[in-house]
Design a protein around this ligand. Sequence first.
Ligand SMILES: Cc1cc2nc3c(=O)[nH]c(=O)nc-3n(C[C@H](O)[C@H](O)[C@H](O)COP(=O)(O)OP(=O)(O)OC[C@H]3O[C@@H](n4cnc5c(N)ncnc54)[C@H](O)[C@@H]3O)c2cc1C
Length: 569
Amino acid sequence: MVENAYDAVVVGAGGDGPVTAWKLAEAGLSVLVLEAGPFHGNEQWPNPHEEPGGEASSSVEDLSGDLLDEQFTTRELEMITNLVFGPADHERGFWFRKFPGDGAILQCAGVGGTTLHYTGCHPRAYPASIDEQGHWPIEYADLVPYYREVEEMCEVAPAPVTAKEELFFRGAEAAGWDLIEDLNVTEPGYRPQPNAIRQPDEKLHVDGDYDGEFTYPDVEGDTLALGNIAGNPHPRGAPFEEKAKRASNVSFVPAALRTDNVTIRPNAFVTDVLTETPRGDTPTATGVEFRDTWSGATERVDAEVVVLAAGAIETPRLWLNADLPENDWVGRGLTIHFGDNVMGLWDGDDLEETIGKPTVDQHEGQDIAARLDYPGVGMLQTVGTAPGIGAILGFGASASGFAFQNDPADAPWDTMGRLAGSDLKRLLSDYRRMLQVLVVSDDRPHQRNGVSVAPGASDEHGPIPIVNYEPSEGDRKRRDELAETAAEILREAGASHVHRSDSPPTALHVHSTMRMGKVVDEACEAYDVDRLFVADHSALANGVGGANPTNTGQALAARTGEKIVERHF
Ligand SMILES: Cc1cc2nc3c(=O)[nH]c(=O)nc-3n(C[C@H](O)[C@H](O)[C@H](O)COP(=O)(O)OP(=O)(O)OC[C@H]3O[C@@H](n4cnc5c(N)ncnc54)[C@H](O)[C@@H]3O)c2cc1C
């Protein structure tokens, strides 16, 4: 049951919110987590998309692996619909956010947030992006103890190497890059992804001859059958907390519930932050107002501390719609790791020579399991997807129009642009001999990029987020350099055809819209509102150098939990 008052209310149960909730609850505080989307795999909501179900969950006993198996299929496109950023009741459509060009913002609603979709890549930030770019009010060393804690909770380990990773490593080595063995990355090089995914069951090792079932308890840990992007369903049959991918719903949420100090209320969209302002003083946060997404009823809850963890688009939107004090950096400085896709295609005979078989088989292993780190520029990572997702990400959209409109005569790729018709068909029919590399650039925070609201464009929760993103010349240069590096690695690995998408800006990673040092102080408390904290990726002061951001977002959220207790309790 939800009470009228708590020590702390956390807005959003995504990647980072549950981390702060867990820290606060471990210190003995009562915590309410309000989440806009549904709670999957919880006995209180046996049919989360068909009926309102229960009100809230406060017990780890409510979590059910069997229910999660029923609700999470392994079909990627179906899961994208299932986890879409919108109300649990899909009859009502998704929540719209305006984004420029042909790109999109990919976020999930629900307990676990966008980590339900994430591929579990959990590297640390590049130290130079924190210590040398001048955006951060704290040092890299301040985060290291929290990285260790998060990595232990998420069981971070080097991803297993299958054929697609082996091919990438060969190409990287032949192109002159070194193998990196340290978690703190100061020099460029390649390495297996540090992934928040349990190691594969020993039975599945390459030299084994296991031909039994791939379900729990026959196998435990990772099944090496992709599916990381589709919720976290492997291994099927495993108890809730034994799923291989350590998204926040199976890692931090059970830990938070186990304290018996946390209540999670899904289907609750927060629309206002309540404040009191003693005459002439800074406002103090006192609670929030939220809307039940099934009934439409509005409720209020009081709290000693309010923590915003609604993600880098919705947290600034909430601030702006709540009419909190003006600050030129609220919603500004958005970074999205301005990305691209470069794809290699091999002839079967060449593959046979390099990796001993005629196919790459990108559907085997973990979705993203090999990377090249390039501090100061960004990173590259291999991607294994089902053909449909690959086609959408890699070939479905381009800032350069269709491939036949571009002449890549002097470029390191053979084709560039959007593929359609017979070209697309030919490439997709060669799917098993193809490998895609995702380019992730170290784009920098610019004040023109970010989230604003306008009174005319509203939904049931107030003015919607209007997102602006235009990379700078420097951001474009870094992305071009990475695309060229990817092409060289694929060629060195023997690819006979290299294709560059020149993808339009698409927001998979969103950060730095409520930046530390600009909107929040070194404890992540707002400069302009007392007792109001930010604990999601919006508090990151930049894009952490291009490294996947969740390890850093969660490390910072853990630190913020401790700072809240130190300052106010
Ligand atoms: C396909 C894909 C793959 C990815 N892979 C990786 C990866 O491998 N590694 C990595 O580091 N990152 C990855 N990411 C990004 C990663 O998932 C996000 O960076 C991370 O989840 C962000 O955490 P967050 O807490 O800031 O926001 P979110 O996880 O988005 O959580 C925000 C939560 O707040 C809720 N919410 C929003 N508004 C309100 C409101 N007003 N009231 C109540 N609740 C609200 C949302 O429903 C959501 O649950 C990936 C993203 C995508 C889309």
